[in-house]
Design a protein around this ligand. Structure first.
Ligand SMILES: NC(=O)c1ccc[n+]([C@@H]2O[C@H](COP(=O)([O-])OP(=O)(O)OC[C@H]3O[C@@H](n4cnc5c(N)ncnc54)[C@H](O)[C@@H]3O)[C@@H](O)[C@H]2O)c1
Length: 251
């Protein structure tokens, strides 16, 4: 019997990460679901097991280097390999223009969104290099990593950084067949966007209108693109930052 592919999804307890964890399972993968919130990771892992796949929930904070190392140790202890990773966990931080952004907010957003992705990539690349069977890493950036957003300086800086980490590692490990890509979602209807819009219908309408399709995206639409990028169907795609944004950045 052919061995299942093993994938790690960070921030897999809700939103885009949760949809992605299930999409990988539907595609036949065994899934490690990592999240800051143990109960959410556990609930998603249980759902995946009900689909007939193996799943390991891991409680881990992507702002904590030791926790990131332990999380990868847990992956190897359980599955003895890692084929794909989706570095999705992220926070929006507080909204304030640059001059009013606090250093604490800037540091927290950069620590989780950028340093966390860097540390995860290091661990994942080391595992994949050792395995010598290639691999695929998909980092979740944002359209805010491609264009500016007033009021979100740290978030934009962190996501722009994720795009550049992605391109750099893609070049470094292309010959080892480790593909590294980024997804840059537009506004996707999740808890994060609800926190930003406060679910105010007027603000939601304004967010929808940013996209040529005049609507927000769904977590499933992002998850489908992530899984596509991981699979052999995308075997010649590396170093891309792909906007899944209903035409937002095409304007
Ligand atoms: N929703 C959007 O419109 C949108 C747009 C562009 C990019 N993104 C990015 O997509 C990713 C997922 O966003 P979402 O909308 O699903 O968010 P969400 O807030 O709905 O879910 C995020 C998940 O990550 C977990 N998480 C948060 N901080 C963590 C940490 N320090 N360590 C581990 N897990 C942590 C949360 O517990 C939650 O389960 C983020 O990186 C976000 O920046 C989202």
């Amino acid at each position: 019997m052919q061995q299942s592919q093993v994938v790690l999804v960070t921030g897999g307890g809700a939103g885009i990460g949760k949809a992605t964890a299930f999409a990988y399972a539907e595609a036949g993968c065994d899934v490690v679901v990592a999240d800051l919130h143990a109960d959410q990771a556990e609930a998603v892992a249980t759902g995946i097991r009900n689909l007939g796949r193996r799943s390991l929930p891991v409680q881990a904070d992507m702002g904590d280097a030791d926790a990131i190392a332990l999380m990868h140790q847990a992956v190897i202890a359980e599955f003895d390999r890692l084929d794909y990773a989706c570095n999705n966990a992220g926070i929006e931080g507080q909204q304030a223009p640059t001059a009013e952004t606090t250093l604490a907010n800037f540091d927290q957003v950069i620590n989780i969104n950028l340093r966390g992705v860097f540390l995860c990539m290091q661990e994942q690349l080391r595992i994949m290099l050792k395995q010598q069977s290639g691999g695929s890493i998909v980092n979740i950036a944002s359209v805010a990593g491609l264009i500016g957003f007033p009021g979100l300086p740290a978030y934009c800086a962190s996501k722009g950084g994720v795009v550049q980490l992605t391109k750099t590692a893609a070049l470094e490990y292309a010959e080892q067949n480790i593909r590294v890509n980024a997804i840059c979602p537009g506004a996707i209807k999740t808890d994060m966007i609800d926190r930003i819009t406060h679910q105010d219908p007027e603000i939601e309408k304004q967010f929808a209108a940013l996209h040529a399709m005049n609507r927000m995206g769904t977590a499933q639409e992002v998850a489908d693109a992530i899984v596509f990028l991981s699979m052999p169907s995308a075997s010649f795609i590396t170093g891309l930052a792909i906007a899944i944004d209903g035409g937002f950045t095409s304007r």
